[in-house]
Design a protein. Structure first.
Ligand code: F6R
Length: 609
């Protein structure tokens, strides 16, 4: 999704902005631009459609040693991806970059045209820029006051950075619903919508809150509320290092992140579970033992992969926890439903980025209703992490590739630990819990073993199946969410049309699809459902299927290709199978020559609905 960077200091701002924009590339974008101001305010504005590399070429031809500037990567919402619609937008004295959506921009536009403003782009951002310019000139006021007045007239979400050619010694920033971080250096200040752009520059950061406006100068930042009252900022340490945002010799971040899972999962588990003495404990929930004992319903909320993580954990938890109902909800649906929350409900708000707009909206609605909301978040300091009543960080480190992999595995683990905590508090038998914790502790090394053993095999199969245009993923029980997640991974990165189904649903519709344009991925666990899953395969074979089975059984499997995974796990076997489908999606995408880390049309952090 869109990215913002800003800089004021004594370095060449073009280069600082450019390196920041490169760091934000992983978020997804379709155009990019920067504007810098010379010592007396003369602007150099450069914008390009396409990759940051295109903008970089342009910067090379228009080099300036300006020491203040703002930049942007745009992911089109209003108006097509084009140079004209790219940010920064300029109207009169004002240059502005914006993440988010101004919902009432049409009304504002109509008003502004009465004052001779005409618009070159189709964007809501240009309208906001004109509004700031109008107030700035009309009232002859300071930039911060003009921005504050303009924002009071705006309905929508924004993170913005604003420059005035009249005053090249400040950048005004503001946020509501779209993240913005200010980084403090020595006589220099950085602005970014994503912490990765600040790494290497400073580790002293201020996470702006909704409704705050800041004036950044070389000396630091002064924050104000929307009424322009001064407020104190709290400076925090940025917990992200350069190592974690580099590829470390892998061809793509996606492959690196798939391979990081043993380590990232260990970080999720660290200090939280122990089989002997028996312990499942998540610090930071801000819930007393008594409150935990009282929980009768757990509502897990997320989007995409985070939603599937909730579904998957639900299957695990119901194996050992009676008397607590568990539901997993798609945030974009839940927020517009007239739903009832049962008493003694805890909501788990699951998000890698901690910024997903729909998930955040659900959190806000549930809090309004007085529901206890706990975060299962990766990005430290993100909006969801700050707004929940308590919660747990999954600690997987930076996830750069747009397709989520290591976050999924750890989200499932963290939610399951929450289930284990409830089970312990409610007196579930120690023997049973101990065996699950043993499995959880063994999971990282099982994943490591499987990655090592099956990488080449999956790569070969992926090459052979990469020409198919359709895929059907099926699984039963806890393998059903894995089928959904497997299909999502494949479609995201390979652009192969893929659907995930509960295998028992085959005869109720999807079996009609099977023909020579399809391949099928069937997850089969060696348990009470083996026979049923085998029957599904036989039914599909009778219709000409090209099935790939992922299984841990040594029994006969009627598939074209069989990936036999040897694991000592039972409950968590689906998470091991999932690693195979992550590899499959990756290698199919590579075989098809796709941009694996930045798939078309997708953004890493979906901060608008
Ligand atoms: C899939 C994927 C998305 C995200 C979803 C939620 O690979 O990455 O489906 O899982 O957009 O994102 P977060 O977890 O940041 O809320």
């Amino acid at each position: 999704m869109c990215g913002i960077v800003g800089y004021i200091g004594d370095k060449e701002s073009q280069q600082v902005l450019l390196s920041g924009l490169k760091r934000l590339e992983y978020r997804g974008y379709d155009s990019a631009g920067i504007v810098t101001l010379g010592a007396s305010g003369e602007p150099t504005s450069l914008r390009e459609k396409g990759k940051v590399a295109e903008l970089e070429k342009k910067i090379l031809n228009h080099k300036k040693d300006d020491e203040v500037g703002i930049g942007h990567t745009r992911w089109a919402t209003h108006g097509a991806p084009s140079k004209r619609n790219a940010h920064p937008h300029n109207v009169g004295d004002i240059y502005l970059v914006h993440n988010g959506i101004i919902e009432n921009y049409q009304d504002l536009k109509t008003e502004l045209t009465k004052y001779d403003y005409d618009f070159k782009s189709e964007t809501d951002t240009e309208v906001l820029t004109a509004l700031v310019d109008y107030i700035y000139k009309k009232d002859g006021t300071s930039l911060v006051s003009a921005v504050s007045q303009a924002l009071k007239m705006v309905v929508g979400a924004y993170g913005i950075a604003v420059l005035s050619v009249k005053n090249p010694s400040e950048i005004v920033v503001a946020r509501k619903g779209s993240p913005l971080i200010v980084g403090l250096g020595d006589d220099e200040v950085f602005v970014a919508s994503d912490a990765s752009a600040l790494v290497g520059h400073t580790d002293q950061v201020i996470y702006m809150r909704d409704g705050e406006i800041g004036v950044c100068t070389r000396e630091g930042v002064q924050l104000y509320d929307i009424e322009a009252n001064e407020i104190n900022a709290s400076v925090e340490k940025l917990e992200l290092d350069l190592q974690s945002i580099q590829k470390k010799g892998y061809d793509h971040f996606l492959l690196k992140e798939i391979y990081e899972q043993p380590e990232s999962l260990n970080s999720t588990l660290l200090g939280r579970v122990s089989a002997d003495p028996l312990r499942a404990r998540l610090g930071g929930l801000n819930m007393s033992d008594n409150e935990i004992r009282k929980v009768e319903h757990v509502m897990v909320i997320g989007c995409g992969t985070a939603y599937y993580a909730g579904l998957e954990a639900g299957y695990f938890i119901e194996q050992f926890l009676d008397g607590v109902t568990f539901s997993s909800q798609i945030a974009s649906e839940l927020r517009y439903r007239s739903f009832t929350v049962p008493k003694n409900t805890v909501a788990l708000i699951v998000s890698q980025s901690g910024e997903t707009a729909d998930t955040l909206a659900c959190l806000q609605e549930l809090k309004r209703r007085g529901v206890k909301c706990l975060g299962v978040v990766n990005a430290v300091g993100s909006t969801i992490a700050r707004e929940v009543d308590g919660g747990v960080y999954v600690h997987v480190g930076a996830e750069i590739s747009v397709a989520s992999t290591k976050a999924f595995t750890s989200q499932v683990a963290a939610i399951t630990i929450f289930g284990l905590m409830l089970a312990q508090a409610k007196g579930v038998g120690q023997m049973q819990l101990r065996s699950y914790i043993h499995e959880l502790e063994a999971l990282p090394s099982e994943i490591e073993k499987v990655l090592k053993k099956h990488d080449k095999e999956v790569q070969k199969i992926a090459k052979a199946y990469a020409h198919y245009e359709h895929a059907l993923y099926i699984g039963r029980d806890a393998l059903y969410p894995i089928a959904l997640e497997g299909a999502l991974k494949l479609k995201e990165v390979s652009y192969v049309h893929a659907e995930g189904y509960a295998a028992g649903e085959l005869k109720h519709g999807p079996i009609a699809l099977i023909d020579d344009r399809f391949f099928e991925v069937c997850y089969i666990q060696d348990n009470w459902l083996y026979e049923k899953s085998q029957s599904n395969l036989i039914e599909m074979n009778a219709r000409g299927a090209h099935a790939i089975a992922i299984t841990n059984t040594s029994k006969r499997i009627a598939a074209e290709k069989v990936i036999r995974v040897n694991t000592k796990l039972e409950l968590f076997t689906p998470l091991v199978f999932n690693v195979i489908s992550q590899l499959l999606a990756y290698y199919v995408a590579v075989a098809r020559g796709n941009d694996v880390d930045q798939p078309r049309n997708l953004a890493k952090s979906v901060t608008v609905e």
